[in-house]
Design a protein around this ligand. Structure first.
Ligand code: AMP
Length: 539
């Protein structure tokens, strides 16, 4: 065997990312808008220093390699510091989603056996309420606000350390992060990220066809740090030496103010966030500032949303991924021939979920696990494998991926000959009508292109002849009186006739998951015995 002549002892560890950011881009800013409205300016050099203080403080608490340190927090400086401080002490940062129900919070904190819980003042009521049910948590530390609640404050806790701390020795295969899936069925499942997978994922983010990040980028992740690694941005920004702008509030007006004042060039969030941002802009005016690149993912980006941003000269990158994929699986980029496409063709392209970066592979299979062609027509169960894809859930007894590494995503997709992937549905959300499949996502997106429609959800309801037929639940935009007939007429130009919903029902709002996706399971349950009015008319 001939071993290569290159350095073997360089480990792919996440602490190396913040070392790099501090050394090469130390003065690049980290801006936080705290929940109380105060703005704080810091930089990568200070993040590095505070992270070393925090690592020393964790060691002083007796936290050992592999122990879990949980956060219940929005996006801010101290949360960012914790990503690196916990890693430097060899601990695993467990980002907990504060929007989960109490039972889920109790389940995952106990399942993870978290020893420390760092939390925002705004979530103190959750901590107070659940504390008696969290026997593994030995230390509760408050991130922001004053000491009036009696908890130790993060700033005071780390200030006791001088910051001259050497990161503990870490292997690149050690765990560094833990994130539970929202869990559409059964208990939430924990995905345990490794240093190596997170660093490789950070490299992938920088590419022009992915997040296209550079040291001059000013990045505002609207996606919360508890949602699937904040899509890798806290790592990617450190690798690039980019400025980070973080908001502990999701108030649309505050986000626009930050975007404009901080000259934000890149942002990322789920479609519901952009809907709220557009509604605010429509009501209060204002422009897009220096925004150039918007990543939309987490659920399908409606065409109307993509068009609006593109018409304002903003590149829209439609991303698909999962907690299990760290999370970037695919990203929409401008393909070869982009400049020769019409605007409509470009929007069509962006509305699909894009291509894999190097390091990820996709395939679709049928019900018998036969691999399907990439013909742009045949849809099947989407499977994924690669450098940052889950192998086994935390503390599970069996692998989640098969022997060849393929992980079944639970999504249904079409692969196109050029490698572009198009999600047609969650397997559970597909509407099965007369033996054929109707894509609930396509129906919803088409409906959201109709003026006056703010949000729409398509669900299948029982039908004696067709098995299922779609109905559409619609939230009207404020002040609109759009009618069912107008929506049907709009849809007629966009989808096949047999896809048209049998009924349109207007609702005040639609339920969302803790990460801002339509809560289809709840809607399916609510409408599982629904009787279409046309059936009564016919009988
Ligand atoms: P989570 O792990 O909570 O982020 O959920 C992952 C799931 O979100 C995926 O399996 C998809 O069903 C859905 N999803 C993520 N991104 C997209 C997208 N761009 N279009 C459609 N569905 C998406």
């Amino acid at each position: 065997m001939l071993i290569g002549g290159m350095q073997l002892d360089q480990q792919l560890v996440t602490t190396a990312l913040v070392d790099h950011a501090a050394r090469e881009h130390g003065a690049r800013e980290i801006v936080t808008l705290w929940a109380d409205g105060v703005e704080e300016r810091s930089n990568w050099s200070a993040v590095h220093h505070m992270a070393r203080q925090m690592a020393a403080a964790l060691v002083r608490l007796g936290i050992k390699k592999g122990d879990r340190v949980a956060t219940l927090a929005m996006n801010h400086l101290h949360h960012l510091v914790s990503w690196y401080g916990s890693a430097g002490a060899g601990a695993v940062l467990h980002t907990v989603n504060p929007r989960l129900f109490d039972e889920q919070l109790v389940y995952i904190i106990n399942h993870a056996a978290d020893r420390v819980l760092l939390f925002d003042r705004q979530f103190a009521p959750i901590v107070e309420r659940l504390k008696p049910q969290l026997p593994t948590v030995e230390h509760f530390i408050q991130y922001d606000g004053q000491g009036d609640l009696g908890y130790r404050l993060f700033r005071d806790w780390i200030a006791a350390e001088d910051g001259h701390f050497e990161w503990l020795p870490i292997d690149e295969r050690d765990a560094c992060g833990l994130c539970y899936t929202s869990g559409t069925t059964g208990n939430p499942k924990g995905v345990l990220y490794q240093h190596r997978t997170n660093v490789l994922h950070a490299y992938a983010l920088l590419q022009p066809d992915v997040f296209d990040m550079a040291s001059r980028s000013n990045v505002l992740p609207v996606v919360p740090m508890f949602h699937a690694n904040a899509w890798g941005l806290p790592y990617g920004c450190a690798a690039a030496g980019a400025k980070m702008v973080m908001s502990a509030t999701n108030d649309a007006a505050a986000l626009w103010r930050l975007i404009r004042n901080e000259k934000v060039t890149h942002s990322a969030g789920v479609p519901t966030v952009w809907l709220a941002m557009f509604a605010d802009m429509d009501a209060n005016g204002g422009d897009y500032g220096a925004l150039k690149h918007v990543v939309i993912g987490g659920s399908a980006a409606p065409r109307a949303m993509i068009e609006r941003l593109m018409l304002n000269n903003i590149r829209v990158a439609h991303a698909w991924g999962m907690t299990e994929t760290s999370p970037i699986g695919t990203m929409g980029a401008m393909p070869h021939g982009w400049d020769d496409m019409s605007f409509d063709q470009q929007v069509d392209m962006v509305a699909k979920q894009g291509r894999v970066p190097f390091g990820v592979e996709l395939r679709t299979v049928d019900d018998d696990d036969v691999v399907l062609p990439r013909d742009g027509k045949t849809s099947g169960r989407l499977q994924v494998r690669g450098l940052w894809i889950v192998q086994r859930y935390f503390q599970a007894e069996h692998d989640a991926a098969d022997l060849d590494g393929w992980f079944d995503t639970g999504d249904v997709a079409i692969l196109h000959p050029d490698g572009v992937m198009q999600i047609t549905d969650r397997a559970k959300d597909v509407i099965k009508s007369g033996g054929e499949w109707i894509s609930s996502i396509e129906l919803e997106n088409a409906a959201m292109g109709c003026p006056g429609v703010a949000e729409a959800a398509a669900v299948g309801v029982p039908h004696p002849k067709w098995d299922e037929r779609p109905i559409l639940l619609v939230v009207r935009k404020a002040g609109s009186d759009v009618s069912a007939e107008q929506i049907i007429s709009h849809l007629s130009g966009a989808v096949a006739k047999w896809w048209l919903p049998d009924e349109i029902k207007f609702v005040d709002d639609l339920p969302h998951t803790a990460t801002g996706k339509l809560l289809k399971r709840q809607l399916r349950d609510a409408y599982k015995d629904y009787r279409l009015a046309s059936l009564d008319a016919a009988s």
